[in-house]
Design a binder for this molecule. Structure first.
Ligand SMILES: Nc1ncnc2c1ncn2[C@@H]1O[C@H](COP(=O)(O)OP(=O)(O)OP(=O)(O)O)[C@@H](O)[C@H]1O
Ligand SMILES: [Mg+2]
Length: 252
C-alpha cells in the first residue's frame, strides 16, 4: 500500500532524508520516530506529493506519487503537522468540500458530516467559521475530514498534538479501526507510548537515515538480551544518543 524505495531529499548540500526504504502493508500501522529535525516531515511531504524527491520513489497503492500524483492522492489521506483549514469556511463546509474533492457521494456526506461533528463534540460549532476554532478543534476537523473519505493509505504527522485526552483516545481507536478495515497507516509521532500501543512496526530515523526498524519485540531483541522488558523510550534514547542529556543537564 505504501512503498518507499531509496527516497532521498537534498536541500542544497544538506541531505534531509537519505536512501529511505520501507513498506506499510494494508491493515498495518507504521510508527515513524526520530528526534527533531531527523527528516520525518520531509518524508511525509515526499509521500504526499508536497515535495519532489531528489532520488528514489514513493508509491501509494502502486501509483508513483511524483509521476502519477492524482491517482496516488485519490487514495491518500493526510493529517499534516499543522492543521490546515480554510478560515472562511465553517467546519461543516470544510468537511463537505473535502467530501466533494474525494468524490464521496452526496448521500454519504449528508449522513456522515453531522455524525463526525458529533463524534468530535463539534456539533455546536459546525456552523461557525474555522477561524474561530481553537488549535485542537481545527485538528479534530482535519481528522474528521480524513475519516470521511476513508483513504486506503493514511499519512499522519503528529496527529495527536493539541488534542485533549478524550479526543486523543478516540483518535487512536479510529486509527486502529481504519487499519482493521484495511488501510495502511504511516504515523510520525514523538509520543512513544502511542507507538508502543498502536503501531505494528516502528522505524527510527536519525539524521535522515533509518537506523532501526521492526516490531517492538524485534527492536528489543536487536538491542541485546539486556533489552528484554525495556521500554521503547529506553531503546529510542539509546539509538538516538538521547541519553547524553544527563551531561547536558549539568549546565542547567
Ligand atoms: N524547505 C527546506 N529547506 C531547507 N531545509 C529544510 C527544509 N525543510 C526541512 N529542512 C531541513 O531538513 C531537516 C529535517 O526536517 P524535518 O521537518 O523533516 O524534521 P522532523 O523530523 O519532522 O522534525 P520535528 O520532529 O521537529 O517535526 C531539518 O534539518 C530541516 O532544517
Ligand atoms: Mg516534523
Amino acid at each position: 500500500m505504501i512503498e518507499v524505495s531509496g527516497l532521498t531529499k537534498r536541500f542544497g548540500t544538506y541531505t534531509a532524508v537519505s536512501d529511505l526504504s520501507l513498506r506499510v502493508e494494508p491493515g498495518r500501522i507504521y510508527g515513524f520516530l526520530g528526534p527533531n529535525g531527523a527528516g520525518k516531515t520531509t518524508t511525509v511531504k515526499m509521500l504526499t506529493g508536497l515535495l519532489r524527491p531528489s532520488a528514489g520513489t514513493a508509491r501509494i497503492c502502486g501509483f508513483d506519487v511524483a509521476s502519477d500524483t492524482l491517482e496516488a492522492k485519490r487514495r491518500l489521506g493526510l493529517v499534516p503537522d499543522e492543521p490546515f483549514v480554510y478560515p472562511k469556511l465553517t467546519g461543516a463546509e470544510f468537511l463537505r468540500l473535502t467530501g466533494d474533492l474525494y468524490e464521496v457521494p452526496y448521500e454519504v456526506q449528508r449522513r456522515r458530516v453531522p455524525e463526525l461533528l458529533e463524534m468530535f463534540e463539534l456539533t455546536g460549532f459546525g456552523g461557525e467559521l474555522l477561524e474561530t476554532y481553537s488549535h485542537g478543534m481545527r485538528q479534530k476537523v482535519v481528522l474528521a475530514s480524513v475519516i470521511l473519505h476513508e483513504p486506503k493509505a493514511l499519512i499522519l504527522d503528529e496527529p495527536l498534538v493539541g488534542l485533549d485526552p478524550k479526543s486523543a483516545r478516540m483518535a487512536k481507536e479510529i486509527f486502529r479501526t481504519m487499519a482493521a478495515r484495511g488501510a495502511a497507516i504511516f504515523m510520525c509521532t514523538h509520543v512513544l507510548e502511542i507507538a508502543e500501543r498502536i503501531c505494528d512496526r516502528i522505524g527510527i530515523i536519525l539524521g535522515g537515515r533509518l537506523v532501526a526498524e521492526g516490531t517492538l519485540a524485534e527492536l528489543r531483541s536487536r538491542s541485546g538480551p539486556a533489552a528484554q522488558g525495556r521500554s521503547l523510550e529506553e531503546i529510542f534514547l539509546e539509538l538516538t544518543g538521547g541519553q547524553e542529556y544527563a551531561a547536558l543537564l549539568k549546565n542547567l
